[in-house]
Write a protein that binds this ligand. Structure first.
Ligand SMILES: NC(=O)C1=CN([C@@H]2O[C@H](COP(=O)(O)OP(=O)(O)OC[C@H]3O[C@@H](n4cnc5c(N)ncnc54)[C@H](OP(=O)(O)O)[C@@H]3O)[C@@H](O)[C@H]2O)C=CC1
Ligand SMILES: CC(C)(CO)C(=O)C(=O)O
Length: 309
């Protein structure tokens, strides 16, 4: 059986891990001490529209001395990644597949640099969170994984079989880089709009923000196109549908993190895109305004806590 390591037992890692455990897969979580204690005491609680389960979950806080895993799913937020990458070395062998689930793109380059040839593109579509008591909550029925080899490589059949379980809609694609860009353009536009105007899509529309929403979508999609990854008609229509639905309670995870005063993935999702836009001389006024707002928030956090993450 495939030995799977999931790095992070938060919202996405916990949800995907719970689905794999329900399917009888061999899953280990790499977590930090606090989450390890919580999993030991309360086990892995997972709630979704279709299930409410509690699993005994194997969790480790270090990979020293471990044998390589077959599959390593990376499900931490971007600011945590750089410190984690070198610690994964014992878990990565010549046959290991690494599937990161982060939004954005920069993490792919970071992982590939450390573990060349081992990374497979991964996109998770889910609306999930970790409750106050550590329960992983999948808030809507949507839970899809889109996976594809990079640089023309195939996804190993063992990895396809492992991820093809109840509760996860699995899509294996041969253009994963374009799919990653498409999701990035969407999530960045959603982040720009909700962080800049500080509210739900419904409230921003009610306040008269439709033109700005359309401008943010256009900016982000034009940057993707300038890099050679044109957003498909279907992708564009999906973004328009989600981000211009009147009365919608939709917010981005970037905005939810901002509201909670947590470190956010601002640099990974908005900053990286703004840097690429500048290099390509693509106009990005709303993107840059949102980035400045997020950086200001980050400065205030550093001031309040004395730390940068
Ligand atoms: N949540 C969602 O609905 C979606 C999220 N995404 C993307 O998925 C990625 C992950 O997000 P999400 O799952 O929401 O984030 P969460 O914050 O819910 O989970 C991340 C987990 O990583 C853990 N972690 C941090 N540092 C380490 C470490 N050194 N070792 C082990 N574990 C660590 C944290 O644990 P702790 O801090 O407790 O130790 C936390 O539980 C992001 O890029 C996000 O944008 C994509 C689609 C939807
Ligand atoms: C939009 C959503 C919920 C889709 O998966 C997402 O990726 C996020 O908010 O981070």
């Amino acid at each position: 059986m495939t030995r799977t390591l999931i790095v992070g037992a938060g919202a996405t890692g916990g949800a995907i891990g719970a689905r794999l455990i329900s399917a009888g897969q061999d899953v280990t979580f790499l977590v930090r001490e606090r989450r390890a204690a919580q999993l030991a005491a309360d086990r892995l609680r997972f709630r979704a529209p279709d299930v409410d389960v509690v699993h005994t979950a194997r969790a480790v806080t270090s990979l020293e001395g471990t044998d390589p895993f077959d599959l390593v799913i990376v499900a931490v937020k971007a600011p945590a990644l750089a410190a984690i990458i070198p610690t994964l070395a014992p878990a990565i062998g010549p046959e290991t597949s690494i599937v990161p689930l982060l939004n954005g793109m920069a993490h792919i380059d970071l992982l590939e640099r450390a573990y060349p040839g081992r990374v497979i593109g991964g996109i998770v579509k889910i609306v999930a969170t970790l409750d106050e008591d550590g329960t992983v909550v999948q808030m809507t029925p949507l839970c899809s994984l889109t996976v594809g080899g990079l640089h023309g490589k195939d996804v190993p059949s063992e990895i396809r079989r492992t991820l093809d379980v109840d509760g996860i809609t699995l899509d294996i694609v041969d253009d994963v880089a374009s799919r990653l860009w498409e999701k990035w353009a969407f999530i960045a536009a959603a982040g720009v709009i909700t962080c800049l105007f500080r509210g739900t899509i419904g409230d921003i529309l009610a306040a008269g923000g439709e033109a700005q929403i359309l401008q943010a979508i256009a900016e982000c999609e034009q940057i993707a196109e300038a890099t050679g990854h044109r957003v498909s008609e279907a992708g564009h229509a999906q973004s328009l549908g989600l981000l211009t639905e009147s009365g919608s309670a939709f917010t981005s995870s970037l905005y939810r993190d901002l509201q909670h005063g947590d470190p956010v993935e601002a640099e990974h999702i908005i900053g990286d895109l703004a840097t690429r836009a500048a290099a390509l001389e693509a106009p990005a006024p709303l993107l840059n305004a949102a980035l400045l707002q997020l950086r200001t928030h980050h400065q205030a956090l550093i001031g309040a806590t004395g730390t940068s993450s």
